[in-house]
Design a protein around this ligand. Structure first.
Ligand SMILES: [Zn+2]
Length: 253
């Protein structure tokens, strides 16, 4: 009995806590909600950009994608979609997919409760829809999903990227209520950690090359790469990455 109380019980509690933290923090755990982490477009490398649009970086990123004839997924925040609707329109008109990344991108989102989460998701959807109002959007393009490419989108589901990759039972319930499918990643670039705004161009160049080498080492068919389109050097990173992907003859979406 004593052994049970002093050894087995604490071990079980610790194991339970470790499991809980892992299942919520790991975007690929799939414990609380099914999260698409690869083969978003079967066999092709998909580039995803979070936290935009940004008035400086996003237009340059869109230019590079256009030059390379590559389609990407942008998980935008609602507050930025309200401020820069012309960039949302440009994304969709140029064939990219726009997904939901909540309205405010609050770190407290996973703890905010289902009603608040639903409001955040719906506010972001509305911001994207308003940005597209009156735009000459090609028929069949859904705000939040490129219909022809993704099975979830075909069934009318919209795509959502959880801020910081955190999911839990409340997030899962909010996604069911709002008709969203969670999209994760299987290659994290760590761009926001390795490349800082305000770095000198030389330092940034080194950091960008290191970041790209890290991504390319992990590359595989059907990879989903997590990037951001809000950093000063995000366009430099994309150019370098595009070169590496071309050299490796990776098939891009
Ligand atoms: Zn984010």
């Amino acid at each position: 009995m004593t052994v049970c109380v002093f050894i087995v019980f604490p071990v079980l509690v610790a194991a339970g806590l470790v499991f809980l933290v892992w299942s919520c923090a790991s975007v690929s755990s799939g414990v609380w909600t099914k999260t698409v982490c690869n083969n978003l477009e079967p066999g092709k490398t998909v580039l995803t950009f979070d936290d935009g649009p940004d008035p400086s970086a996003t237009p340059r990123i869109l230019d590079i994608l256009k030059e390379n004839n590559v389609h990407a997924y942008f998980f935008v925040t609602g507050d930025r979609a309200v401020r820069y609707p012309e960039l949302i329109r440009r994304m969709v008109l140029e064939g990219h997919t726009v997904g939901n990344h909540t309205f405010h991108h609050s770190p407290l989102f996973p703890l905010s409760g289902v009603p608040c989460m639903v409001a955040e998701l719906q506010a972001c959807d509305s911001a994207v829809s308003s940005a597209l109002e009156g735009a000459d959007v090609p028929s069949g393009v859904l705000p939040g999903a490129r219909k022809e490419d993704h099975p979830a989108a075909k069934s009318g589901q919209k795509l959502f990227r959880p801020p910081f990759g955190v999911t839990n039972p409340d997030v899962a319930r909010a996604l069911v209520k709002t008709g969203h499918t969670a999209v994760g990643w299987d290659i994290r670039s760590y761009d926001t950690i390795m490349i800082k705004d305000g770095m000198s161009p030389e330092k940034a160049g080194k950091a960008v090359r290191k970041c790209v080498r890290r991504i390319l080492r992990r590359m595989h068919p059907g990879a989903v790469v997590l990037l951001h389109d809000r950093l000063e050097y995000s366009p430099m990173l994309l150019r370098e990455l595009m070169d590496g992907l071309r050299k490796g003859e990776w098939k891009l979406a």
